[in-house]
Design a protein around this ligand. Sequence first.
Ligand code: PLP
Length: 430
Amino acid sequence: MGKLAINGGEKVRKTLFPAYEVIGKEEERAAIEVIRSGVLSKYLGCWEDDFYGGPQVRALEEEWAAYFGVKHAVAVNSATSALYCAAGAIGLNPGDEVIVSPYTMSASATAPLIYNAIPVFADIEKDFFCLNPDSIEERITEKTRAIIIVNIFGQPYDVDKVNKIARKHNLFIIEDNAQGPGAAYGKQLAGTLGDIGVFSLNYHKHIHCGEGGIAVTNNDELAERLRLIRNHAEAVVGDKGYKNLNNMIGFNLRMTEIEASIAREQLKKLENLVNVRIENVNYLRDKFEQLPCVIVPPIRSNCKHVFYMFPLIYNEAKTGISRERFVEAVRAELMPTKLREGEGVRVEYGYVKPLYLQPIYQERIAYGKGGYPLKESSVSYEKGTCPVCERMHFESLITHELMKPGMSKNDLDDVFFAFEKVYDNIDELK
Ligand SMILES: *Cc1c(COP(=O)(O)O)cnc(C)c1O
């Protein structure tokens, strides 16, 4: 029997890690008040005052816009919905191309497809994992209309370069900031760095209200289109006298009053939750930087990174064993997190499979049997399309979430000790 838990030794950690619990009395009180009011949602899908929703939704939008220093905030029922609204609002046409990231939650790439536009995958940066400006520029054609850029893991994209490219080629930027609320590029908060920014309020994000999303913009026309698409545009544009009918088949993507009331309380907690997360990451970073088998990626200069996840680069040259085997051994030393026991130990090799390798891109079928619109496009979804992303995912990247607020110094120590113990006893894995 070896020392390592994977070989039957004792685990570093024997109890569950604490849950990430952000819902408290304040949210409870807010939700109960809404329930007692009897008005759980106030929207009307026609051109009436209630077209814009009830008091909680409107208050949330006002507070969100003020907090992020942006003119308009539009609440919806998920970040996915916000991305759909954004793709419609910018006026995508069938066959238009939109440059997207392969290393993100799937909706940031599929949003253009809702309007029969074509996702074009550009490669990611090897240090920061956001879209690489050079790769974006290589993928631009006369059909390109927009870039959906993701502040992946909570770090802002390269705003200087990417915004310059967008201006030069007259492209919209939709900024998927689901993982970066509170992140900043210089003094400017993430989410407000492009034409439309998108936030998520789902259960797994920094702050949540169950399910929810918010789109923000400084552009009055885009804001109006976001609101129309959110709420049955087709039934509203006539009476409203709104003339630009491109993409005005609306949806029902409305947030309820209960969720909005919870989200308002959550917004008040954001700053503190972000600060604790950064403290925890800094505490772990100092330790991981001493461990030869991983490299802690740098933070983009002049940026505030809010660490939805903590990425590490595996250094196989120092261990002589595969990343998969190393991570399995680390997992064996640790325990799952409370409330998420079914997911096992929250340390992963890679993040998500490069999105173009998903079946809809590989088979090139989005709508109907004929494969519309992907079969009509010559855009590549072949393996090798984004080599840096593939290398990160299949060989180098380790991601974990064991640094969320609620983790004590002892909990964080256990996470590090697990990595250190596996490295110190690496010969047991050979
Ligand atoms: C979570 C997430 C989304 C989707 O958020 P939902 O609110 O669940 O729709 C989109 N993009 C990124 C980068 C995400 O992490």
